[in-house]
Write a protein that binds this ligand. Structure first.
Ligand code: SAH
Length: 399
């Protein structure tokens, strides 16, 4: 193997890499000034020159690349990508044969052996997400592998590494026959409208599939439901289909109104019988208290960080306060669905936030259910950073 750059790992980071942590942190590499071009293959060794792994150079958050193999003589070539994709597809066979669910993830970054790359399937369409310039340099390998291994209507891609994390509007079509969007995908029998060529988001977050099903099948019937940070209202759709008497969806983004109407409509739900509010959730909480509104089922699914003109919200800091506001609006014996995708803490820490909120409001509670990533989002569950999703169903008991 020629032309492979050898990098030395700081002793502090060796054990974790050997334990299977495949993200190469900036601080972990001692001679990173040798790095030149994203996409170059790098070989990591410890301070005794013992081999750790082979990967690629690419900037992604606090990482500068990913380990792809710990077999010293394995080449990172077309065959490597074909092999990883073949294995990934074999883990999703059940999904491909389930006609009730036509949208799922077929490749989940590090969990499927290639950090920085994810691929989602939407009823015959594939959407590839690239998280760094480095992984994007392997584009031909990935598209060749897809061409070899799957049949598709079309392939779309999202480059998620444009200037300072900002998504740049672009035409995301790669090859095949362009779709006529929105297309309707199915998830456990529910319909969702999806657009693969309309900015960074598609209309549905696939990682919440199990939660939507739980809401529909076990928690919604007969409830007055509040969905905060509702985006296209997917949780509200699940609740309405599960027999909620009414749903209220609250999101700040103007686009959420039309998108939520669309999601209700493709499920045959009369959106006029539902409430859809384009407003700041924190204003809505005040409004609800003033009007003495109460709910039996409240979903909290904030972004990890949010900034409005007046305030910033960070789940790591502000979740207890958010929950306290929700507790005030929840009926006794009602359910709060507390969700976060913040990768900087795990389930244990999240539960301390929950406990704190209930203590602060002097309210008793019981955790009745909890969810993490669904099966198609394969991830190394030892590291919260990769196993980021935490959803807890909490029953509000008496004061
Ligand atoms: N729960 C959604 C996904 C939420 S994505 C689903 O299941 O599909 C986060 C959403 O929070 C975005 O749509 C964003 O517009 C919204 N948001 C961010 N800050 C907000 C605020 N202060 N008030 C209301 N919505 C907010």
């Amino acid at each position: 193997m020629t032309n492979i750059l050898t990098l030395r790992v700081d002793p502090k980071y060796v054990a974790e890499l050997n334990r299977g942590y495949s993200l190469i942190l900036k601080d972990a590499i001692q001679n990173k000034d040798l790095l030149e071009e994203e996409g170059e293959i790098i070989r990591l060794v410890d301070h005794h020159n013992r081999y750790i792994g082979t990967g690629y150079y690419g900037h992604q958050n606090k990482g500068i690349g990913w380990i792809l193999t710990t077999k010293e003589h394995e080449q990172i070539d077309q065959a490597f990508f074909n092999k990883k994709l073949t294995i990934a597809l074999s883990h999703r066979e059940d999904y491909f044969t389930d006609s009730d669910t036509t949208a799922f993830r077929i490749f989940n970054g590090e969990g499927d052996g290639i950090g920085g790359l994810s691929i989602d399937y939407f009823d015959g369409y594939y959407m590839v997400s690239w998280y760094s310039e480095g992984i994007y340099s392997f584009r031909e390998h990935v598209y060749n592998a897809l061409n070899d291994l799957v049949e598709y209507k079309a392939i779309y891609e999202k480059k998620r590494f444009d200037t300072k994390g900002q998504y740049i509007d672009q035409d995301d079509f790669v090859m095949g026959t362009e779709g006529d969007f929105p297309i309707i995908v199915k998830e456990n029998g529910m319909n969702f409208a999806v657009n693969l060529n309309d900015g960074a988001m598609t209309g549905i977050f696939l990682d919440q599939r199990d939660v939507r099903r739980a809401i529909r099948d076990h928690y919604a019937d007969g409830t007055n439901m509040l969905n905060t940070f509702s985006y296209t209202g997917a949780f509200s759709v699940a609740a309405a289909l599960g027999g909620a008497t009414k749903t209220t969806s609250v999101d700040l983004a103007k686009r959420s109104l039309a998108k939520t109407i669309e999601q209700f409509s493709v499920n045959g739900i009369d959106y006029e019988a539902q409430d859809i509010k384009v407003m700041d959730v924190f204003h809505y909480f005040k409004y609800a208290v003033r009007h003495e509104l109460k709910f039996d089922l409240v979903v909290l699914d904030p972004p990890s960080f949010a900034r409005t003109k007046k305030m910033t919200f960070s789940t790591a800091k502000d979740y207890p306060k958010l929950l306290a506001d929700a507790i005030a609006l929840t009926e006794k014996d009602g359910i709060i669905v507390a969700s976060t995708n913040n990768a900087s803490f795990g389930m244990k820490k999240f539960k301390t936030f929950i406990d704190q909120a209930f203590k602060d409001t002097n309210t008793k509670y019981k955790i009745v259910d909890q969810y993490g990533l669904p099966k198609d989002f394969r991830a190394n569950r030892d590291f919260p950073e990769f196993n980021y999703l935490k959803v807890v169903f909490i029953k509000k008991l008496s004061k």
